[in-house]
Design a protein around this ligand. Structure first.
Ligand code: GLU
Length: 314
């Protein structure tokens, strides 16, 4: 990986969502983050991203911590837990509100689907419907919703500018905010803060200067850079690692049990067997052999995944 844009000392983070057991794809991105950072003498912090209170479980968070230890991917320092950080997110939210860039959104997912132009990426681009409501329409909708005991989500307006950045693994990136992101949610209709806002606030709080994560989050990066700019926060460097996919090209998810850590352990017998197999199929090592994280620190070819977006699981 090209290290020209790195800030020193390197500080990265593992940011798991505690919604299930780790799988091959998560393990690969954590392994890569750890190897890269440790080779540069940096720190790896841990943050539990448990803002989705319908899917997050404390038991998964405990399991994930044990899995990191078992994998030999040790983190440095205190664990930051997003569900305990509401005050910091509220502060950032209020700052954005004062900039006059936020508005309540009453659309359902189905409304957005119906009004969106077909889009190549997985991301649904919001067509801006609720930005056009007049103040009196807005208060009428707020009142209606309030009577049903519900609240709107809150979106932030995005301009027509292009946001570009250099990804350490995927190269130059450029996004037209209007066409590829659209105005995006910073507070959900259940009152919880959205991932895009929380991640930016927390990366700054933890002094993270390198974000290493799966390439499925590449398209979230311009939204995060936009928020960093509005909030006056520093911009970390980004490295998006290839996604491990099923043979038909779909990203491996927690429901794909054959790639879950449990299943991997029963198939490859030891943690070293699992890590070695993952390092092998991603091209970090040349033969399928058992390797610990420490062994891989010495011998993995980290540049093997430069420019790669997807790797089929086998
Ligand atoms: N919590 C996200 C996940 O587990 C990662 C978010 C990030 O790295 O920015 O997929």
């Amino acid at each position: 990986m090209c290290s020209q844009a790195l800030q020193h000392p390197v500080v990265t983070r593992f940011a798991p969502s505690p919604t299930g057991r780790m799988h091959a794809g998560n393990i690969f991105s954590y392994l890569y983050a750890w190897l890269f950072t440790k080779r540069h003498g940096g720190k790896v912090l841990l943050r539990i991203e448990d803002l989705d209170n319908t899917r997050s479980r404390a038991s998964y968070a405990d399991q994930i911590k044990q899995d990191f230890e078992m994998l030999g991917l040790y983190w440095d320092g205190e664990v930051l837990i997003q569900s305990q950080r509401n005050e910091a997110y509220t502060k950032a939210f209020e700052t954005l509100k004062q900039l006059g860039l936020t508005y309540p959104c009453f659309c359902t997912r189905a409304d957005i689907h119906a009004a969106s132009a077909p889009h190549a990426g997985e991301q649904l681009v919001y067509p801006g419907t609720c930005a056009l409501l007049t103040p009196s329409q807005q208060s009428a909708r707020l009142q209606e919703l309030g009577q049903e005991g519900r609240s709107p989500s809150v979106r932030i307006k995005i301009g027509s500018e292009t946001i570009g950045f250099h990804d350490l693994l995927q190269g130059e990136q450029s996004y037209s905010c209007k066409d590829e992101c659209g105005d995006f949610v910073i507070r959900r209709s259940d009152g919880g803060y959205a991932y895009q806002l929380a991640v930016v606030v927390d990366d700054a709080e933890q002094d993270v200067n390198l974000v290493v994560r799966g390439a499925d989050l590449l398209a979230s990066t311009p939204m995060q850079i936009y928020l960093q700019q509005l909030l006056g926060l520093g911009q970390p460097s980004y490295a998006h690692v290839p996604l491990i996919c099923t043979q038909d090209g779909r990203r491996i998810a927690k429901r794909d049990h054959d790639a879950s850590l449990d299943e991997l352990l029963s198939q490859y017998k030891t943690i070293e067997g699992v890590l070695g197999h993952i390092a092998y199929i991603t091209g970090l090592i040349e033969s399928d052999q058992a390797m610990s994280a420490q062994d891989l620190l010495k011998s993995a070819h980290l540049s093997a995944v430069e420019g790669v977006r997807k790797i089929p699981w086998r």
